[in-house]
Write a protein that binds this ligand. Structure first.
Ligand code: NI
Length: 404
């Protein structure tokens, strides 16, 4: 345990009550993706109070803060997402002092992004006190709209990774699957790659009693639904996790005797290996196009979201070391959920993504992400702040040592 680690731990303890206040304040005011105005204002005010510079990238929601250390060196980015979900928080007594339920009807921080924000604000408080020890700079990225997987692209397109250039980026997500006091550090993919797809099958509608005069897109759609289930069972290595789910199907106007012209379907596919995602794309195209042809229909297939897996190997040792200084590192179960953090990873900068344990059975913090009863154990906050802050120091050391 070196001096930097000791100072970080001491300061995260000192700022625990400030982090709790931020967490409670932000939990009250959850906002939906790209509508995080109050949240943005709250973060901006806290950063300004700390004398953290706000960088202007023309962000409608979201904030980029900047802290220059005492010496010149690389710029380390720290990312927290800030949006809530359209979930109505269950009214209940949590027994947690100072905890207030969501005051925005029908919206809730059910994915715990409030814990990410409070941890990153805590890290900012710690790092500003340690400015003299930072040979480089820190960019604090409070990102909107993670839940719709579009916030990171929004930030990247507005240039948040430039001016100054971010050399390395860290992020975290709270994890109800692992206990408070642990941090999930995984070598390789932690969260799945995601393809969302839309299929449109066009036939020729007509009278349901005269099928020979139609080209029925509903029967064709049924064949497509059955066939895409063979992608995972027949075309993917059984030792590789993968999912293909059709979650929406629409065709017809509720009539018993009218065959429609078109059927549309929507769904999602997940896997961890890029070659599996390639295979899913290729097989979906073959099945949709080929089946449509066999049934005398035509088809279109679109991928409105194509997101890589989150998690990398390059910074594993560094991350394990940082996590071990403030918590117990564990190898967490991977998640089939996606994370738009992958778009930062795709730009080619070295990144690492942690899971922050929040499970605490005694406090009722046992519900999964997106549940209306979801609750984080606030004891995760100093650990989250510590992970963010130590990633800065470890990251700067890593870049210096690899350049030397
Ligand atoms: Ni989330």
């Amino acid at each position: 345990m070196n001096e930097i680690d000791n100072t970080v731990i001491k300061l995260t303890e000192e700022y625990t009550s400030a982090m709790l206040k931020d967490y409670h304040s932000l939990h009250r005011i959850p906002e939906l993706s790209f509508q995080e105005y109050e949240t943005t204002e709250y973060i901006r005010k806290r950063l300004e109070e700390m004398d953290i510079q706000i960088l202007d990238y023309g962000l409608e929601t979201g904030v980029a803060g900047y802290l220059e250390g005492s010496g010149s060196g690389p710029c380390i980015g720290l990312r927290a997402d800030i949006d809530g979900l359209p979930v109505s928080e269950t009214k209940r007594e949590t027994g947690e002092e100072g905890f207030v339920l969501s005051e925005h009807p029908g919206i809730m921080h059910a994915c715990g992004h409030d814990t990410h924000m409070a941890s990153l604000l805590g890290a900012a408080r710690v790092l500003i006190r340690m400015r003299e020890q930072i040979n480089g700079s820190v960019k604090f990225l409070f990102q909107p709209a993670e839940e719709v997987s579009r916030g990171s692209t929004y930030m990247i397109d507005r240039g948040v990774l430039q001016n100054p250039k971010v050399d390395m980026l860290f992020g975290l997500h709270n994890a109800p699957s692992i206990p408070t006091g642990t941090v999930g550090v995984r070598k390789g993919p932690l969260m799945a790659a995601v393809i969302n797809f839309e299929i449109r099958i066009r036939g020729t509608g007509g009278h349901g009693a005269l099928p020979h005069t139609t080209r029925d897109p509903i029967v064709c759609a049924a064949a497509v639904i059955q066939s895409v289930q063979t992608i995972v069972s027949r075309s993917i290595d059984p030792f590789h996790p993968a999912v293909v789910s059709i979650c929406s199907i629409q065709g017809g106007q509720g009539m018993t005797n009218v065959t429609p012209d078109t059927v549309t379907m929507k769904g999602t596919a997940r896997a961890f290996h890029e070659e599996d995602m390639d295979q899913i794309r290729r097989r979906m195209d073959q099945i949709v196009t080929g089946t449509a042809e066999a049934y005398g229909c035509t088809a279109e297939l679109d991928f409105p979201l194509d997101l890589g897996a989150t998690g990398s190997e390059q910074l594993y040792d560094l991350a394990l070391d940082a996590a071990g200084a403030v918590a117990e590192p564990v190898d967490p179960p991977a998640s089939m959920a996606g994370e738009d953090f992958a778009f930062y990873q795709d730009t080619g900068i070295p990144t690492f993504f942690y899971f922050l344990g929040i499970r605490n059975e005694a406090k009722g913090c046992i519900y999964p992400l997106h549940s209306p009863r979801y609750l984080a154990d606030p004891d995760c906050l100093p650990i989250g702040a510590g992970i963010y802050a130590l990633s800065v120091f470890r990251g700067i050391d890593y870049i210096r040592s690899t350049k030397a």
